[in-house]
Design a protein around this ligand. Structure first.
Ligand code: ADP
Ligand code: ZN
Ligand code: MG
Length: 481
């Protein structure tokens, strides 16, 4: 029997705003000192009144537009009632019947994953469990939180991971959230069921505590296996919530399902409903700059970059922007082929050598000293054969350390390629004089003797002789012997 998985994701995202959702407390949920960004409103004291954070509304609409959603013209908040120690009011202000955004999609490798809804709510406090006690920190209580729900269109753990990764990238491009999973700024819950091909959906299980992209993928893989075994044995999967143990790599039961009616949703009486005008929507739409997928397509179209480099430049937005600044410093009036060669060289040196030197640090960091202009000059020196790739490494390291411009480094350290033939001939003659055995070997037909001699010439010139020229000159000298 062949079962196919159907996966739907529910993703919570902490918005990056100055203040909390319904009060003016600082939005800084990862503040180390507990309970300092709090006030009577976010602590749910009786008699206090919430006020809607407009910035959070805007950022949610922005996200919805980037994900091809319809924006509700009329929307209101509701109370979701339940008791838990991290929820001081006894209810969470959320949205149920009128989510701000609905019916969108995100394409993953050309396939549309439908987005059912995105709504806005407030985050809860944080519980810290000790050995014989629990502590509660309300710094996070009332932080604006988006919840995004997909349709069960995802069909593999890998696709689920890609969806989450692409979403994170979009959130960062939009600057609505840092969306760091390890910091809890983006929290993924995965619903999964198995069904026979073409049949209706099977019973789903919801998996919680997924703190990384890897956890999303691994937990789903594990859950597919668990459910497959149950179904193969002719038993039924029970609908429940399971947790993920990343150390043992297993899911374990947490609780059986609660229904929406258990929460007794009703409109929040202390907040006015919102009317979102077309004008407001268009204003927000105009603020959306290039999104990751558009950037991928443009980098391919404009510079003909390969897939791997495109991914590096798209995932690290600042790095991609640096690349484009370097290109803009190249001479646009060059013959097309030459310019493309320089762009290709720039791409290679950025994505290998420079990335290696950066060791994960940001190009925006204060320690990064190479100006795009200097980097472009460096590329031209290589492309025009003024420095060999060996010398290029030395120059780049020096540029990275000091920020000096490449021609200055070359001059100072006498690294310029020797192009004067007479000079190279002198070196060749010297090498031949010192290596009679290699000459004999070559005459006997040993090809690697030639390679050895070329190596000697390059060494003697401290890498400043072009290997091709060295080869030609050695060969013609050997012919005469
Ligand atoms: P619930 O009522 O249990 O919250 P919803 O219909 O609201 O379920 O869906 C919650 C999430 O679960 C959505 O992301 C949805 O796509 C997904 N989902 C719903 N049914 C299934 C199913 N049978 N298999 C996989 N995912 C599902
Ligand atoms: Zn507050
Ligand atoms: Mg639901």
């Amino acid at each position: 029997m062949k079962y196919c998985p159907k996966i739907g994701l529910e993703i919570h995202i902490e918005l990056k705003t100055r203040s909390k959702m319904f009060c003016s407390c600082k939005n800084d949920p990862n503040e180390r000192h507990p309970n300092i960004n709090i006030c009577p409103v976010c602590l749910g004291h009786p008699g206090t009144l919430p006020v809607i954070n407009q910035e959070a509304i805007k950022k949610t609409i922005k996200t919805g537009l980037a994900l091809n959603c319809e924006i509700s013209e009329y929307t209101f908040f509701e109370r979701k009632n339940y008791f838990y120690p991290d929820l001081p009011k006894g209810y969470q202000i959320s949205q149920y019947s009128t989510p701000l955004c609905k019916s969108g999609f995100l394409k993953i490798e050309g396939k549309k994953i439908r987005i059912r809804r995105i709504h806005l709510e407030e985050d809860t406090g944080r519980l810290i469990h000790g050995k014989d006690h629990s502590l509660v920190d309300f710094n996070r209580a009332g932080v604006p939180l988006m919840e995004l729900v997909t349709e069960p269109d995802i069909e593999s753990p890998k696709e689920a991971r890609k969806f989450a990764e692409e979403l994170q990238l979009i959130l960062r491009y939009l600057d609505v959230s840092n969306a760091d999973m390890e910091k809890g700024q983006m929290r993924v819950e995965a619903n999964i069921s198995l069904s026979e091909k073409g049949n209706t959906l099977g019973t789903k299980v919801e998996i919680k505590n997924l703190n990384s992209f890897k956890a999303v993928e691994r937990a789903l893989e594990h859950e597919i296996e668990r459910q497959r075994k149950i179904l193969k044995a002719g038993k039924k999967v029970i609908q429940e919530t399971r947790g993920w143990d990343p150390v043992r790599e297993i899911t374990f039961p947490q609780r059986e399902k609660e229904e929406a009616q258990d929460y007794r949703y009703f409109p929040e009486p202390d907040l006015p409903p919102l009317e979102i005008t077309q004008e407001m929507i268009e204003k927000i739409r105009a603020e959306i700059s290039e999104l990751p997928q558009q950037r991928r397509e443009r980098l391919k179209r404009e510079y003909g970059l390969d897939e791997k480099s495109i991914e590096i430049f798209v995932r690290d937005k600042d790095f991609g922007e640096y690349f484009e600044k370097v290109v803009s410093e190249l001479d646009p009036n060059l013959p097309k082929e030459k310019l493309l060669r320089q762009i290709k060289l720039a791409t290679n040196y950025l994505t290998t050598d420079l990335l290696g030197l950066l060791k994960g640090a940001s190009i925006k960091g204060e320690d990064f000293l190479i100006t795009p202009e200097n980097f472009a000059e460096f590329i031209v020196l290589i492309e025009e054969g003024k420095i060999s790739s060996k010398i290029a490494k030395i120059v780049l390291e020096e540029m990275f350390k000091t920020g000096a411009d490449p021609s200055h480094i070359i001059e100072e350290r006498k690294l310029i390629q020797i192009t004067d033939e007479e000079k190279i001939k002198e070196i060749v003659e010297e090498v031949l004089r010192e290596n009679p055995k290699a000459i004999q070997d070559f005459k006997k037909g040993k090809e690697n003797a030639l390679q050895f001699l070329i190596g000697q010439v390059i060494r003697k010139s401290h890498g400043r002789v072009n290997p091709q020229i060295a080869r030609d000159l050695i060969k013609s000298a050997l012919d005469k012997i």
